[in-house]
Design a protein. Sequence first.
Length: 181
Amino acid sequence: MYADGYIQYLVEFHVTRDWFECHEIMEEMWKQETDADLQQTWLVLIRLAVGLYHERRGNLPGAEKMYRQVEDSIRSIDWKGLGIEGDKLTYMVGQRLKKTEHLMMSSERVRSDRVFETMNLPIDDPHLLKQCQIYCNKHGLGWNLADTDFTDELIHRHRLRDRSDVIAARQAALNRRLPNC
């Protein structure tokens, strides 16, 4: 059995392609994790999702930074324990980084018609796939790895989400630090 948060991450990663939500899910797991190796694993998965999010938005420097951080840590992860084919994932991330670097140096960077290519994690555990399919069935989703229509809401999610709770928490923290007048 794999952790529920990990399953949710995989479904968002592959089905909805909501890499911002992947970041949110995995960040919660990362914050709660006490095992240093798993913290590093969750951080790599966060950075991979953020890299894809940036790349899809056309923020190539942001994507390149995330892919480089993933590449620097990816070999230290026990991917087999997560049902992922580690060597294949390492290769895929390396190719994505090279492509991003190439685009940053070429005229293609500014082309608005450049097609973004999605990525699927190389899952090699049939039990993990089954868990993902069960999760999808429970939530009315189909486990398919085809591309999704990328709406503006999905592409620019960080700009369009309700941040009132974050703003209120920041204001409360500021109020606690300020002297009473």
